[in-house]
Design a protein around this ligand. Structure first.
Ligand code: PMV
Length: 320
């Protein structure tokens, strides 16, 4: 068999990040920004991972854990090999247009694309559920205890209503009237560290924060209703309220607030942190015709601004 190329989308959490870790629901959107994995059989007994950004790694199959951005990709490959009952040597080439460590689920998209490309290369007819599960192995390595929302939305595409333990539903929404604008704060952060900090604050001030978590649950349900009515004005208002709740649990900062207020003043329907916060990107929901102007205003305060749409396509076989 020749090469197999698969792509998978980035994600943005529309509402519910952090609260989702404690069992509340959240809604995530797949974005029109993709990661690509190309898998190829090798005659040697080795797993080779190649990335333009991080270089080439060769693994013999018995490695112990190493701190390396490509190690989680290797774990995903091993997991698929286990599923196929195979020891086949192979090479995976990763190319991603998704900015890393910015809250856009780049690692999950790479893991999903890799799992799917390797499965197809090995002739395994893996379900989306199996792809999501194998990709999660890589996410655990990176984020310690991730909710699983990133790999789920990257595999299935569209808008996903998700809660831990209860699974997910794909929402039927037409997003053609709106665009998403993302602006980078330029501040690097670790999801694992922020999640741990939020959980510590929650247990210290549980009598107060339990109410915030309860409000977040209602907020996500109301956002789901608003999406299903395609009432994007209400979705934007709920995003703004969600941002207030994220500030309450301590994951905003002055730079993120600057970007969020810039987007709102430029006419965004709603603007908030997306993902773990502390840095990374902000997400603004805009009417299609306003998006360019809002992106322009944001580019005065941010080094990287992306304008994108919701991707109905999840993991996709491109060739092979
Ligand atoms: O910033 P990201 O893309 O790593 O997203 C983190 C989202 C959290 O809800 C904070 C954690 C999680 O595992 O869902």
């Amino acid at each position: 068999m020749g090469n197999v190329t698969v792509t998978a989308p980035a994600k943005a959490i529309l509402v519910g990040e952090h609260f989702v870790v404690a069992g509340c629901p959240a809604i995530a959107l797949a974005l029109d920004i993709r990661a690509k994995a190309t898998a190829e059989l090798l005659n040697e007994d080795v797993i080779e991972i190649v990335s333009k950004e991080f270089g080439i790694r060769r693994y013999g199959g018995k490695e112990t854990r190493v701190e390396d951005p490509l190690y989680p990709v290797y774990l995903v490959v091993k997991e698929v090999l286990k599923l196929a009952g195979s020891n086949q040597g192979l090479k995976v080439v990763i190319e991603s247009n998704i900015p890393p460590a910015a809250g856009l689920g780049s690692s999950a998209a790479v893991a999903v694309a890799t799992a799917s490309a390797v499965a197809k290369l090995l002739g395994l007819n893996a379900s989306l559920e199996e792809i999501t599960r194998t990709a999660y192995t890589g996410e655990v390595e990176i984020h310690k205890k991730p909710s699983g929302i990133d790999n789920t939305v990257s595999a299935y595409g569209g808008a996903i209503y998700f809660s831990i333990g209860k699974g997910f539903e794909r929402l039927d929404v037409n997003f053609s009237q709106v665009r998403l604008v993302l602006a980078d704060s330029g501040i690097q952060r670790s999801t694992g560290t922020l999640v741990a900090r939020v959980l510590a604050l929650k247990s210290k001030h549980s009598s107060v924060l339990d109410q915030v978590y309860a409000a977040a649950t209602v907020l996500v349900e109301n956002t789901r209703d608003a999406l299903e009515r395609e009432d994007f004005t209400a979705v934007g208002e709920l995003m703004n309220i969600n941002h207030g709740l994220l500030s309450a649990i301590g994951v905003s900062n002055a730079k993120l607030e600057e970007l969020i207020y810039t987007a709102r003043q430029a006419g965004a329907l709603g603007a908030k942190i997306t993902g773990a916060g502390g840095g990374g990107m902000i997400l603004a929901l805009c009417w299609r015709e306003d998006a360019e102007q809002i992106a322009m205003e944001l580019s005065k305060a941010s080094t990287k601004v992306l304008m994108t749409s919701v991707s109905e396509k999840g993991v996709t076989l491109e060739s092979g």
